[in-house]
Design a protein. Sequence first.
Length: 379
Amino acid sequence: MAESDSNIRGARKAEMEMISTPVQSKKKRKTSLSTALDLAVDDPRYHKKMKQPVASVNTRCSPRSRPSLQNLPLELLESIFLYSANLALPRSYPSLGAKLSSKTTRLRFFMTGFQDTWDQFFGIPMYQSDLLEMPWVDMDFILEAQQAWADKYARGRCYRHYEKRGLAIPVPDLYQKSFHTHNRYMQHVLQLEKETWKFDARACFEADYERALQSPAYRTGFGGNLCTKPEIHPYARTPVDLLTGPWDEEKERRLLWLVRAGIRVQEVVEDEYVENIWKVVRDCINAAMISPEKPDPLLINCLMDAWTFEQFPKDDAYDVLVKLSERVEGGDDTQDIRHVVDYIITHINHQVRFLESYSENNDDSDNDFDDYYNYDDTV
């Protein structure tokens, strides 16, 4: 009996020990995120890692960092440049500028800015304005880009000149200096009419340029004499250096292309980014009409329009009027130049009188307001 009691006690003792002893599992228990963070903070190994220098951390993380633009392949980088339409991208790093400065890339970028206008008369004027300001955009570059675009996207389209319709100046007067020019131009027009599908940007421009050189100065510019398909957004901004001079042949050709393409030269007057626009107008008249011994008819026809008469402060307008009057009194100009000078004087005079009248009316209005506010109704 005693033996059985001792056996029972031993069994109970073993059972109690099994209950009080924790069960060891082979699976690890999951810890919550907050608990894990707290444990990491309290873990001395964590403090040891935080004491590592920043350079070693950067070195360890650099293989997993994103690749920079400078390390991208040229094809991908060029695509980003074209789709972004951001001229600041090549200027951000010298290495990017070197990669994106090839003539092929520039031609594609220029074509991207003008293709909407060349295709369907749309376009972004500010984008085109920025492109025209680039130092690498000259007349040869423009014609090359235009030809490349036409060859790729406009094969089979009809192109023609409009010599016999919409002329503001009679045809014989256009060629009073040389009828050989007229003959060459007409040959070009007839050839284009036979092969209207074949576009030659350079040949067409050179024909119009030669004709423009023969045109006399006309007080309303070229008018309809350069009627052609719009090649630029009309609200694009003409580069200021093409308005104020001095002009060499390259600048004259580029200015003619812009006018021929349909740009509104006066748009620079309405541009909020151009400060002291009256100074631009004053410099334009001085360089084109007052300073030269023989004013250039091509520049007059491209530039002299209403925008050159309406921007002067009164004192500066008087100064310009005096200089133009002295030119008339000199009597050395041809008849067509004198007509243009008289036309400018007349319109600036009208503008000055308008300013004087406007000023007087404002003074009267101010006096009326003063009388109104100073009126004493108790009298």
